[in-house]
Design a protein around this ligand. Structure first.
Ligand SMILES: NC(=O)c1ccc[n+]([C@@H]2O[C@H](COP(=O)([O-])OP(=O)(O)OC[C@H]3O[C@@H](n4cnc5c(N)ncnc54)[C@H](OP(=O)(O)O)[C@@H]3O)[C@@H](O)[C@H]2O)c1
Length: 298
């Protein structure tokens, strides 16, 4: 049996559906949301005040995918104590139950464990998080490395989807264009977003091929947020005047945002054999998804 902690979240939910569609025995936890039609395969979990009995009762558990926690960068800083309790203290408490077992622990981490420099980071590069969120993720990574033999830590850049209303990078922009709302886009923040199904496939391949350790995964196309938003507007034939060019200095963030977000995915690609989906292909899928929804509404 496979268990997804955070199966109601964006990545966890895609992973949950994918593994279920493969016919695998999968359970997932949820917190404030539900698992919809898959509710019978779900268990409530509050990492702020956890009762792990549902999880510890599961029989024949082989893998735990950890896709949960406080994922908002500013919230981790503003509510430092409560986010630390969820993201570090109680996450580690949960993991302690499995550290000397054969369960493979799969932990989703972030490029924010690195410093903010113009570099395509490899797994071997020095770690120097500049945000509370990054420090919390790194603390758990270090616990796992010290306590588990069979683990996968997958560090990710910004993850996006193509489903209408999924509120990820491109769909949020597209939804604004459709409402004829102006978006504000920084031309000095470089990102290399990764498609969520590439993340799911990579995870599946890593566990199937039994590749353990630390892996980085980021998209192979890097551009500024401004350039990506222009590309999207052109693809969907919206007027470019809907995009207002900004600088990172124009945004009021509580925590510093990295100017560069790039990861070298070579090790992951070599281990899994996956081919990363192009942004152009994702735009095509978005178009199909948005058209489908419109037809259904008519
Ligand atoms: N998305 C990205 O761009 C990205 C990039 C790098 C790394 N990551 C990492 O990937 C993982 C998944 O990210 P995501 O974007 O899918 O996150 P998400 O959509 O914010 O989902 C977070 C999940 O954590 C659950 N959760 C929140 N608070 C909880 C609590 N107190 N107790 C138990 N569960 C709780 C949520 O449950 P409810 O929704 O039911 O409340 C949800 O299932 C995270 O660990 C994140 O650090 C994500």
């Amino acid at each position: 049996m496979l268990l997804i902690i955070g199966a109601s979240g964006f990545i966890g939910n895609k992973l949950f559906s994918y593994l279920k569609n493969k016919g695998l025995d999968v359970k997932g936890t949820y917190h404030s949301k539900t698992l919809g039609s898959a509710e019978k395969d779900g268990a409530y979990l509050d990492l702020g005040n956890p009762d792990f009995s549902n999880i510890l009762d599961l029989k024949n558990l082989t893998h735990i995918f950890f896709c949960a926690g406080v994922t908002n960068i500013d919230e981790c800083k503003i509510n430092r104590n409560s986010s630390y309790k969820i993201n570090v203290t109680n996450t580690i408490k949960l993991f302690e139950n499995f550290s000397h077992t054969h369960v493979v622990l799969v932990y989703l981490s972030t490029d924010m464990v690195y410093s903010d420099t113009e570099k395509e980071f490899t797994e071997a590069d020095t770690l120097a998080p500049s945000t509370e969120y990054g420090r919390q993720k790194l603390e758990v990574e270090q616990y796992i490395e010290a306590q588990f033999r069979n683990y996968i830590i997958l560090r990710l850049t910004k993850v996006y989807g193509v489903g209408k209303g999924d509120q990820t990078l491109f769909t949020t922009w597209l939804d604004s264009f459709m409402r004829h709302e102006t978006i504000f886009s920084a031309d000095d923040i470089f990102i290399s977003p990764i498609y969520v199904m590439d993340v799911v496939l990579a995870l599946d391949c890593l566990i199937t091929r039994k590749h353990y350790g630390i892996f980085n995964l980021g998209g192979h196309e890097t551009a500024t947020r401004y350039e990506f938003s222009q590309r999207l507007a052109k693809y969907f034939m919206y007027n470019l005047s809907l995009i207002e060019k900004k600088s990172i200095k124009d945004f009021q963030f509580i925590e510093p945002r990295p100017l560069y977000s790039r990861l070298s995915s070579s090790k992951t690609i070599q281990a899994t054999g996956i081919e990363l989906t192009s942004i152009e292909d994702c735009f095509k899928s978005m178009k199909e998804n948005y058209n489908k929804k419109c037809q259904r509404q008519q």
